[in-house]
Design a protein around this ligand. Sequence first.
Ligand code: SF4
Ligand code: SF4
Length: 439
Amino acid sequence: MHRKLNSYFIYTGYTLLAVSILCLITCIVAYPYTDPVLWGWSGIGLLIVGSLCVIVPDRLQAHVAQQNNQLWQQDATSRGWSAWLLGVVLTGFYVLLYWFPETLQGLILAFEPLSQWLRNKPSDHWFVYGALYTLAVLLMGVYALLKYRNNRYHLIRTCSVIFFQLGFAFLLPGLLLAFNQPEFYFSYFWPLKYDYLFPGTVGYLIDNGAALGVFMVFWGAVISFIATPVLTYFYGKRWYCSWVCGCGGLAETAGDPYRHLSDNSRKAWQWEVAIIYPILGFVIITTLLLWANSWSGGTLFGDLSGGFSSAYGFFIGSIFSGVVGVGFYPILGNRVWCRFGCPMAAYLGLLQKHFSRFRITTNGGQCISCGNCSTYCEMGIDVRWYAQQGEPIIRSSCVGCGICAHVCPRGVLKLENGPRENRYAGTTLINRDAVNILS
Ligand code: SF4
Ligand code: SF4
């Protein structure tokens, strides 16, 4: 009876989702012949109800130990045709958003009432993107909360990414605009938000934000150069990548069903190292060039520094982080951007590997080599290899999501923030309860 009721809800949910997509398409393509607010909000309302009708019974009817069952059998999560279709739709949306925003005019107007209410400003394509992004984190946040409902670490972590996305990356920037202050994201920092320490942005914030603008610059610089090393020393990069960052927030919620698609081959690891550190170097060089140019009044490098900045914004900021980073979730896994492209992840990773107390300890004798940990590691780390050797995992790419430990049937893995002495020792040598500040 219970199962029948669940199936009824799930089928109703899929039907509502199909109708919501039709409404949203009508809102976009039939503008100006239809009412964008009516069609847009009908679509979004049905999207919310339909998603919850699917997510809640689907997650609740599966036992906590069966939440990943059949991921490789289902078309949508095993690179089947529906996964490719979703990938094409997502990448297509990003292409329109970045380069042809006028085609989304219907959707932009649908968000006009919300934009006026929150920001006291007309809606634009970036506001639409922010709102849809936040909605995705909220809805799939419910999915993650139900999926990991037996694990306190994941419940708190999921609430944290929802809080930072909704509060710091959506509501607060909107309210700042409503009070005629510069739009500013307090949860994004240089080098991820690369332009926050560019002279142009610093000058704009100070000129337009008065004391608050000075505080924004101060906040960005302090977090980038002081708080980031200190927090990473104590907790590893997880404090940011799995608890605060919006990109990580989307990956841990909307991207969770695709985490097993990450390539954990050695070749992928080599590509990762070959791409992510040059990108970090590119941001550092661009920032230094821009400041040198600014101090010399533009005489030192002429347009060269501006060219660096534009090239980075186009290739990395737009194509890599958006089109590939999110659009390819259903094909390449949920952390492509974090793993191969994010300069903040590279910076945090260097700190984590060389100056942090964080490590994942492995109790090798208990490992039965089932491979669950490697399969569900979204960063493509071959966790099982470390477990088999009884070696701690001290990898710069590990975002400390903790899923490897969650899916291990033998309790082999433990995320720890112990003293740096014996950090490379095999089995844990310290009192776990005393040091698991974040776990
Ligand atoms: S090693 Fe574990 S904690 Fe680190 S990224 Fe992979 S699954 Fe997450
Ligand atoms: S999930 Fe646990 S038991 Fe299975 S291979 Fe990984 S560490 Fe070993």
